[in-house]
Design a protein around this ligand. Structure first.
Ligand SMILES: Cc1cc2nc3c(=O)[nH]c(=O)nc-3n(C[C@H](O)[C@H](O)[C@H](O)COP(=O)(O)OP(=O)(O)OC[C@H]3O[C@@H](n4cnc5c(N)ncnc54)[C@H](O)[C@@H]3O)c2cc1C
Length: 399
């Protein structure tokens, strides 16, 4: 089978690797002229790691593991209201969470693919299909054909617009700042510890990553049009955090000169169907959610693996296989999305009395009670016969 993937984000690269391992002929087309480092870190949950390991990546990920021995929740004045060693929780979710700079994960995936597999500077503008093939056209006027085209082109997906123009991403109601900062610039944070600080209409999450650094992200409830221009974005964040606890203010001061980003956050609920006969979507192109539960990357990796396994394992015509893939993915995604929305409205509180009530309630929690509804979902493996088959897939040279 000949497969074309549009977009070389984590979804597209993982899918290319899975397709290649499954013996398909695969090519990725990416619109940018070099893979961009948008400046952040991501958390990959154990179910995402499981697929990366099956694709033979475990040795590439080895250098990035950072142990966590304490998770702290901190109230808006800076008082620790909860500290826990996460071992029991990690055991329940199937292993450690991998904190990794997005560009490092992209590079690790890219290193496993033949160089000829990726073509940069190719922006998809249109796709047509007939019974024999699908055809993509790029802005430079060139065209390519394949049996299947996979849109892995992110939240503002052009492929999604082509196959279903009604699906516009929705603004989540918050913008976020984030990035990577050197540990020496934030000496008030300890290595091997993570910090989740509550604030009025905002939260700040800090997590250690490889090479003595911390990744951080800080969503703030605000209208998208209020987000300041790049030159003023850090001054705006400093202003928004002026009455917050001083550890967060010190982080923001240090981060303003380090690798960082600021963006409005959009989400997309998965539609009833996101495939035609020869075109489908994976990752943020198909579904995207807010950042509180940090599931986007793991779900994108799982999409890539499940789609490839469906293509390899299901003995049916392509439209039927694509429908099966969607059915498998939509259900899990919708349940995680519901939890993400619930967590966002619980955590991002703009009223001081309600925030103080939440902080009091959180004193009684543990990581296990806090994530009690997410734990079974991230552990879900084989609820149907088809997933049993997929779990059993052994790609030719998976490590
Ligand atoms: C700042 C930030 C922080 C995040 N943090 C986390 C986290 O901690 N944990 C987590 O699980 N998730 C996180 N996410 C979400 C996560 O990054 C994504 O869910 C995941 O990486 C899957 O992305 P993707 O590959 O589907 O899309 P993207 O990463 O958006 O990649 C899409 C690719 O397609 C290319 N492209 C777009 N249009 C075209 C076109 N027309 N033609 C050709 N190429 C095209 C783009 O240039 C890009 O390279 C974060 C997202 C952002 C933006």
């Amino acid at each position: 089978m000949k497969v074309i993937i549009i977009g070389a984000g984590i979804a597209g690269l993982t899918c290319a690797l899975a397709c290649q391992r499954a013996g398909f002929e695969v090519k990725i087309y990416e619109k940018t002229s070099r893979l961009q480092n948008i400046g952040g870190g991501i958390l990959v949950w154990p179910y995402g790691i499981r697929y990366l390991n099956w694709l033979g990546l475990s040795h590439c990920l080895d250098p990035y593991w950072v142990p966590i021995n304490q998770c702290h929740i901190i109230n808006h004045q800076g008082e620790k209201i909860f500290s826990e060693n996460p071992d029991h929780f990690l055991n329940l979710i199937g292993g450690n969470i991998l904190p990794i700079e997005r560009s490092h994960l992209q590079q690790a995936l890219l290193n496993e693919l033949p160089a000829a597999c990726l073509q940069l500077g190719k922006m998809c503008v249109s796709i047509t299909e007939n019974q024999q093939e699908a055809r993509v056209t790029f802005t430079d006027g060139t065209e390519e054909t394949a049996d299947l085209i996979i849109g892995a082109d992110g939240i503002h997906s052009q492929v999604r617009k082509i196959i279903n123009d009604d699906l516009a991403p929705q603004y989540t109601g918050f913008c976020w700042w984030g990035g990577i900062v050197a540990a020496e610039d934030v000496p008030h944070f300890s290595n091997e510890q993570s910090y989740f600080t509550l604030g009025l209409g905002k939260v700040c999450i800090v997590w250690p990553v490889q090479d003595n650094k911390f990744m951080w992200y800080l969503p703030v409830k605000m209208p998208a049009e209020m987000l300041a221009h790049r030159d003023h974005a850090f001054a705006q964040l400093q202003l928004l955090s002026a009455n917050w606890n001083t550890d967060v203010q010190k982080l923001i001061a240090a981060a303003s000169t380090a690798q960082s980003f600021h963006l409005p956050i959009y989400a997309i609920s998965p539609p009833t169907h996101w495939s035609t006969s020869r075109v489908t979507l994976i990752g943020d192109a198909a579904h995207a959610m807010g950042p509180i539960l940090a599931q986007g990357t793991s779900l994108a990796i799982e999409d890539a693996y499940v789609l490839t396994a469906c293509l390899q394992k299901i003995n049916a015509d392509l439209p039927t296989v694509l429908r099966q893939y969607e059915t498998l993915r939509r259900d899990k995604y919708q349940r995680i999305e519901a939890l993400e929305n619930q967590s966002t409205s619980t955590m991002l509180i703009e009223d001081l009395t309600t925030l103080e009530q939440l902080q009091e309630q959180m004193r009684q929690l543990t990581l296990t009670t806090m994530y009690n509804e997410l734990i079974p979902l991230v552990n879900e493996k084989s609820s149907t016969d088809i997933l049993h088959a997929i779990d059993a897939v052994q790609f030719a040279d998976a490590g």
